[in-house]
Structure formats: C-alpha cells, structure tokens
Write a protein that binds this ligand. Structure first.
Ligand code: PMP
Length: 362
C-alpha cells in the first residue's frame, strides 16, 4: 500500500478511503483559501456553515432521505444514542428490543433505566451466531418502539430482512453497516450510526429521525443536549459541534456519490466479502462463525480449532502487514472488519496469507 500503510481490519476506528485522506491532507493548512484548517475554524463562520450544509445535502442525496426526516450530527459517539433513544421515544414507558449480541445488550441495559424493556426475540441461545426470525413478533399495543442493532459488529451478523414491527416505530443502530448498501429510509423511524467505521473520525453519530418523533414534552430530567429536538431546531449547531468529524464525513459522502452511490458500494462490498467467506467455507483450518444467511458483509468473525492457534495467526498476520485481526475480547477468535474503505486487494491479500498459513500448518 502507498505511504507504507497497512491493511487495517479494525472494527473501528477503521480505514478511510485513501483518496479522501489525500484530499483532507491537501486542505489541512489552508481550507479553500480561508487561511485556516477546518479544525481552527469558527463553527459559526459562513465557510463552516457551507461544509455542514453540504455534508447534510450529500447524505440526503446518497440515501434519498425523505423531506420529513431530519439529519442530525450528535456528539457522544454511538453509546450516547443508547440513552437518547429511550429518553426521547419512551412515552408509554415500554419498548421492544431484539437481542442479537453485545451492542443490542448495551442498548437494552441503558433503556431499562428509563422504562420497561421487552425482549421480543433473541439469538442468545446460540451465542448470537444468527439473526432470530422477526416475522411474527409479539409486540404489545402500548410499545413505543421496536429496536434493532442492524449489524452486530462483534458477532458478525446482519439483518437481510427487517422485522415486522406491526406498524410500530422501528429504530435501528446502523453503526457498523451505515452506507454499506442502499437503505429505504422510510422503512425506519429513526436510524442512527456512530461514524467511526464507515464514515469518519470517532465521537459523533449521524441520526436520521422522522420529524413527528421530535418532542417538546420530554421529562424534566432529560438534558437539553440529549433532546433530539435541540439538534433539529439548531441544524446540529446548538453548541460547538464536532466540526472535524462533520467535515471528514462530508468528504466520504462526496466520495461515495462520485463512485456510483450506495448501489455501487454494495456491489463492491458483496464482492469483497465473497472472497473471504468463500475461502473460509473451504478451509480445513478456519471456520466462519455465523450462519450463512445472516452473515455480515462488514465484520467477519472466524476461528481455528484452538485459542492458541487463533493467537498465533493474529501474530503472524500482524508481522505480514495485516493489522487488528484479533476477535473482540468477549468472543475471542479472529475478526476481519472489511468496511467500505477496505480495498478488495486487501481482502485478497489476506486470503492469500491465510491460505499460505493453512498450507504450512495443516
Ligand atoms: N453500536 C455498534 C453496533 C457498535 O459497533 C459500537 C462501537 N463499536 C457502538 C454502538 C458504540 O459506539 P461508540 O464506541 O462510538 O460509543
């Protein structure tokens, strides 16, 4: 790779498109004749306003976001959304969650602080290696919303079909699959995504929320900053926003538009993931952990027969220039995160490495 960069399989923060990094580097010292870097710029300046507005407009174009949805740039990463969702959406105090792994569990535990949580489907019985059938969910009439983590980063599962919420509000954490494939926004009422996997620098979430969910009448205890309406009313400039992240995310939105939009990106992601899964399914040393129909195209967990061998492969891979292949500490094994910016050559090179390792050790 150029600049001595390594193929970085981290689950996040993750690789950015090289073309985007080069553009950012070129604009670092003096953004478009403004005499300053975007990091140094007032968030109230016309030049930053233009950066923010363009980022939103480009995201709207990319995802074809309907006019009755607001786009918000909110600080606090993904984790803040675990609290903001129940704080803002629990009116009756009852919410349904689908439990598919570590990130939905975190969301569930946070929501329990604000009301009653009903787990209406779970894949805990098989260590979260599949997505449960969500076609016949038992959703109470007074449920305020149904919540999913659409791609479980640690376990490597993804929904290929959305749950039937019986007309209730659907909320999705799309952090680890945001902008990886076309998405019909009107199928959801709220989509949120921490940006540090597929879009930009950590610390911010993009929230896409249907306007009728914005509320004046939140309980007193809800901090002003954690009311979605605060951000909607101020065009995400209520306080000093994460200007740098908004700028970098905007660059990635432009990049995706330039390279064929989400259809083309989905095609590239399918091809990349197929290279890895095809190899894993034929391998005598490695096994892909997830049921084929529920596999993520972004996070690919796999194992060898022993923990010792898992660790040995991670170490050998690192020495060969493939970084961050260790599985999450809660599940072990290996995991290759192959987000939008991972080039196909990176996955092909990894497979080549794994094949040679297998031939040498089997
Ligand atoms: N949701 C998912 C699916 C994630 O993968 C992560 C982070 N890995 C989070 C939420 C939490 O995001 P953050 O670290 O930005 O709080």
């Amino acid at each position: 790779m150029k600049y001595g960069r390594s193929y970085n399989f981290s689950a996040g923060p993750a690789m950015m498109p090289e073309e985007v990094l080069e553009e950012i580097a070129a604009e670092m010292m003096n953004y478009h004749g403004s005499g300053m870097c975007v990091m140094e710029m007032s968030h109230r300046s016309p030049v930053f306003q233009e950066i923010r507005d363009r980022a939103e407009a480009d995201l709207r174009k990319l995802m074809d976001i309907p006019d009755n949805y607001k786009v918000l740039f909110v600080q606090g990463g993904g984790t803040t959304q675990f609290a903001m969702v129940p704080m803002n959406l629990m009116k009756n105090g009852v919410a349904c969650y689908i439990e598919t792994g570590a990130w939905s569990k975190k969301a569930i535990n946070e929501a329990k602080k604000y009301g009653e949580v009903q787990i209406v489907a779970s894949s805990a019985d098989k260590n979260f290696t599949y997505v449960p059938d969500c076609s016949q969910l038992d959703i109470p009439d007074n449920a305020d919303y149904v919540y999913i983590c659409e791609n479980e980063t640690i376990h490597g599962t993804t929904y290929h079909q959305l749950p039937d919420t019986k007309g209730k509000v659907l909320v999705a954490d799309q952090s680890s699959m945001f902008l990886s494939r076309p998405c019909k926004v009107s199928d959801y009422c709220l989509i949120w995504a921490g940006v540090q996997k597929n879009v930009g620098p950590a610390g911010m979430a993009v929230v896409i929320i249907r306007e009728d969910l914005l509320r004046e009448d939140l309980p007193q205890f809800v901090p002003t900053y954690l009311n979605y309406k605060t951000h909607a009313d101020a065009d995400s400039l209520y306080n000093t926003p994460n200007c740098w992240s908004i700028y970098c995310c905007g660059k990635v939105f432009q990049y995706l538009l330039k390279h064929g939009g989400l259809e083309a990106q989905a095609q590239r992601n399918q091809e990349k993931a197929a290279v890895l899964y095809d190899y894993l399914d034929k391998s005598h040393l490695f096994t892909a952990a997830v049921a084929p129909q529920d596999r993520s195209l972004m996070n690919v967990p796999f194992v060898t027969p022993s923990k010792e061998q898992d660790a040995a492969v991670v170490e050998a891979a690192k020495a060969a220039g493939f970084d961050n292949l260790k599985g999450h500490k809660s599940v072990g094994g290996l995991r290759a995160s192959i987000y939008n910016a991972m080039p196909k050559e990176g996955v092909e090179a990894l497979v080549d490495f794994l094949r040679k390792y297998e031939n040498a050790h089997c």
